[in-house]
Each structure stands twice: as C-alpha cells, then as structure tokens.
Design a protein around this ligand. Structure first.
Ligand SMILES: [Zn+2]
Length: 113
C-alpha cells in the first residue's frame, strides 16, 4: 500500500518543520491530493491514523482537499476536465491527452501548538 509510505513522508516533512520552527504538536494539517494522483483517500486516512500514533501528529485533524483533474487534448487543442486517468476526451474521444492538473500531492497548511 503506497499510502503508508506517503503518510510516512508527510510525518517526516512535519518533523523537519517541527525542528525548524520548534513546535511539538500539530493540531490540524491540510493535504492537497489531486483526483488523478492515484491516492486512495480512505486508505490515506487509515494510514495517517497508524503513522500519527505516538508522534507529534497524534490527534491532529487531517483535512484533504482534492483538486479536479485536467488534461490537454492534442487533437482538440483545448483543456478538458478529467476525473480519472486513461479516460478518452469527452469532446472527440481521443486518448492523446496530457494531464495538466490534478495529479499533485502536497502539504498545504499546518496548524501547530
Ligand atoms: Zn479532444
């Protein structure tokens, strides 16, 4: 399950921030995970609970925002909305699409104590 390693790297980033900014408890954090990032949100929450135990993330509220996917269709020459990878262009049915948004995964905000 790669959500587990994602959560571990989130914890690592938070620990680095904690060392820099000297805080020892996180109250709330917000992650941005695009719909095309290939991340299972339920699994992410489950792993987050496991990873946060006995760490400075313990008890922190996890907020996940999911930006919509977006792709560039070469035959149409325009940007189209995309809900999942490997779907055809809704306008022309082409698969010559280049994902331009919604595949990001990053930490957006952190509220500490
Ligand atoms: Zn198209």
């Amino acid at each position: 399950m790669h959500e587990m390693s994602l959560c571990e790297s989130v914890l690592q980033i938070v620990e680095e921030e904690a060392a820099k900014q000297s805080f020892n408890k996180v109250k709330w954090l917000q992650l941005e995970i695009g719909v095309l990032a290939g991340v299972e949100i339920e699994a992410m929450r489950f792993c987050f609970d496991a990873v946060s135990r006995n760490s400075l993330l313990e008890g922190a509220v996890l907020d996940i925002v999911q930006p919509d996917g977006e792709a560039w269709c070469m035959p149409c020459g325009k940007t189209i909305p995309m809900q999942e990878r490997y779907q055809p262009c809704p306008e022309c049915g082409s698969y010559q699409l280049q994902v331009t948004g919604g595949d990001e995964m990053r930490m957006k905000q952190l509220e500490v104590e």
